[in-house]
Design a protein around this ligand. Structure first.
Ligand code: ATP
Length: 277
C-alpha cells in the first residue's frame, strides 16, 4: 500500500472513531497541575479536549507498562498550541491518541473533525508527482467540480505560502516545503484540527521557520483551524498561543506560551545549577 493511501485511511478511520471513542466535551475542567494562566475560559469554543487520558502497553511477559497517566488538556478553536516535554515523556503517544491512531486505555476526549495527522517524515504522505496533484489528492471523495478543486488547492497553497509551486515536481522540494504541501492537503480537505508530529526535527533553520509560519498563517487566515504541534525546540514557542508541557507521561502544566517558556527556562537553570554544584 502506498504511503499516501495510508494517510488517507488514517484520516477516514479517525473520523469514524469519533462517534464511538469520543464523548462530548465537559464544559469546564482545570488541568490537574496547572499553575500558568491559560487564555481559555468556559465560554470558549473548544477544539481539543482530553480528560484523564491513560495509555499503557502490555509486554510479552504480561507486565502492564503505563505510558500516559491521567493526561488532561483543553485547546480552544482557532489557536496554535505546542506540546513540549523531554524525550520519551509521551508527547507523540498523546498526539496519536488525539488523532485516533491509538485508543486510550482510560479517559475521555473530544477532537473537532475533520482532523489530520501530519507525520514527521513528509515522504510518508507527499507522494504524488506534482504539488498540485498532491494537494488535490484527498479531494476525490468530495464530488467537487474541477473549478472547485482548483480553487481549494489554490487557497490551501496560498495559506502555506506555496502558491508559486503549483506545477512543481514534489521531488524538487525541500523537506520543509514538502511539510507545507502536506499541510495544504489537509487544509484543502477543510480540516479543522491539525495534529503535527515533530515536523521540524530534521529541518534546517530556514525550512523550520517556513513550516511554522505556514501553520501560523493557516490559522490566521481561517479562524476555524486549530493546530497542536509537538516539538523539542523551545524557540518555536514564540509562535504559539499556548502550550502543554509534559513530564513522565503526565501533563505537568498547560497555559499561555510565555508562562510555559518561563517554566521550562526555570527548570533548565535549576538543572544546570544542579549539575554544576
Ligand atoms: N509501542 C510501544 N511499546 C513500548 N514502549 C512504547 C511504545 N510506544 C511508546 N513507548 C514508550 O513510551 C514512552 C513515550 O513515547 P513517546 O514516543 O510518546 O514519547 P515522546 O515524548 O514523543 O518522545 P520523543 O520526544 O523522544 O519523540 C517512551 O518511553 C517510549 O519508549
Amino acid at each position: 500500500m502506498k504511503a499516501k493511501e495510508i494517510s488517507v485511511i488514517v484520516r477516514t478511520n479517525a473520523s469514524m472513531n469519533l462517534s464511538t471513542l469520543f464523548r462530548a466535551p465537559s464544559p469546564l475542567f482545570p488541568p490537574p497541575h496547572s499553575t500558568a494562566t491559560s487564555r481559555t475560559n468556559a465560554t470558549e469554543n473548544i477544539a481539543i479536549e482530553g480528560r484523564n487520558l491513560n495509555f499503557s502497553i502490555t509486554t510479552r511477559q504480561g507486565k502492564v507498562v503505563p505510558i500516559l497517566q491521567d493526561c488532561s488538556l483543553r485547546i480552544p478553536s482557532g489557536q496554535f498550541w505546542m506540546l513540549l516535554g523531554p524525550n520519551g515523556c509521551g508527547k507523540s503517544t498523546l498526539l496519536k491518541i488525539l488523532a485516533g491512531l491509538l485508543s486510550p486505555t482510560g479517559g475521555t476526549m473530544y477532537v473537532k473533525g475533520p482532523k489530520s495527522f501530519v507525520f514527521q517524515n513528509p515522504d510518508h504522505q507527499v507522494v504524488m508527482p506534482t504539488v498540485e496533484a498532491d494537494v488535490a489528492f484527498g479531494l476525490g471523495k468530495f464530488n467537487l467540480t474541477n473549478d472547485e478543486v482548483r480553487s481549494r488547492v489554490s487557497k490551501a497553497l496560498d495559506a502555506v505560502g506555496m502558491s508559486n509551486y503549483l506545477k512543481r515536481s514534489v521531488q524538487t522540494l525541500s523537506g520543509g516545503q514538502k511539510q507545507r504541501v502536506a499541510i495544504a492537503g489537509a487544509l484543502a480537505e477543510t480540516c479543522k484540527v491539525l495534529l503535527l508530529d515533530e515536523l521540524t526535527t530534521f529541518l534546517d533553520e530556514s525550512d523550520q521557520f517556513g513550516v511554522i509560519k505556514a501553520v501560523r498563517n493557516s490559522l490566521d487566515s481561517s479562524e476555524e483551524v486549530t493546530a497542536l504541534w509537538v516539538t523539542h525546540r523551545l524557540e518555536e514557542l514564540e509562535y504559539a498561543d499556548g502550550a502543554v508541557y509534559m513530564e513522565n507521561g503526565e501533563v505537568a502544566l498547560q497555559g499561555d506560551a510565555a508562562s510555559i517558556m518561563s517554566y521550562i527556562r526555570a527548570r533548565q537553570s535549576a538543572y544546570i545549577k544542579q549539575i554544576n554544584s
